[in-house]
Each structure stands twice: as structure tokens, then as C-alpha cells.
Design a binder for this molecule. Structure first.
Ligand code: ZN
Length: 132
């Protein structure tokens, strides 16, 4: 993995975290909003094909994000309740694809996610966002 790739992936991780916090506002599995909030991946981020999939990420507190590794059922239950079994099936199918992003694909993704984050800020009530 070269340096340029690492740098972009680091920025993408940061963007994803900002997006899920802005979108979900609180930990989706325990409801907390007063702790350190992270970007929790339903299907492991080692699955590159769904690493940046917005269905595969949600806002989680550090505690729940950590617990997900040995007790994933809680987050899966939340997902099914929110999006349904069929969406989980589609996400699982996407996760089984092999994906290797090129640098230019990562750059495009960064542009898209940056714009998406701006949209979330625009459509969010003032004072209720990530910076509170
Ligand atoms: Zn939590």
C-alpha cells in the first residue's frame, strides 16, 4: 500500500465518520450521544467492497463499536429493523464482491462524500450537528 493511498483512505475514514454522526446523531445501538462517537461498520471494514458503503456504516459509540466484534447481533438487529431483511441481503451480496479501489476511484469517492457531508450540514437544524 503506497503513501498516497493511505492518505486518501485516512481522509475517507474521517469523512465517513463525520457523515454518520451528522446523519444518525447518536449511537444507533445504545442511543448515547454524549460519548465519543465513531463510524461502526456492520460488515467488517476489511471487506473493501462495502468499506465505504453508506448502508454498511452507522454512528456508534466506542463501546458499542468495540462490542460489535464479539456480539454483532445487536447491530444486525438494528439494521434489519431500520432497513429490512432484503436490504441486509443486498448489502451481504455487495460485501462478497472483490473490490480494489484505484487511486482515482478513491479520489472520486472523496469528492462525492465531501459533497454529501455538505448536504447533510445543509439539511440539518443548526446547533444539532457534529460540532455541538
Ligand atoms: Zn453505543
Amino acid at each position: 500500500m503506497n503513501n498516497e493511498r493511505k492518505k486518501i483512505e485516512k481522509r475517507l475514514d474521517k469523512l465517513l465518520r463525520q457523515i454518520v454522526i451528522e446523519r444518525d446523531k447518536r449511537c444507533v445501538t445504545c442511543g448515547s450521544d454524549s460519548v465519543i462517537l465513531q463510524c461502526g461498520h456492520l460488515i467488517t471494514r476489511n471487506c473493501k467492497s462495502v468499506k465505504y458503503d453508506l448502508f454498511n456504516v452507522a454512528c456508534q459509540c466506542r463501546n458499542c463499536n468495540f462490542k460489535h466484534e464479539y456480539y454483532p447481533q445487536h447491530y444486525f438487529n438494528w439494521f434489519v429493523k431500520k432497513y429490512g431483511e432484503e436490504e441486509l441481503e443486498r448489502l451481504t451480496q455487495r460485501s462478497n464482491q472483490i473490490k480494489k479501489y484505484s487511486i482515482s476511484e478513491l479520489e472520486t469517492l472523496e469528492i462525492v462524500l465531501t459533497e454529501l457531508l455538505k448536504l447533510f450540514f445543509l439539511t440539518t437544524e443548526p446547533g444539532k450537528g457534529v460540532n455541538k
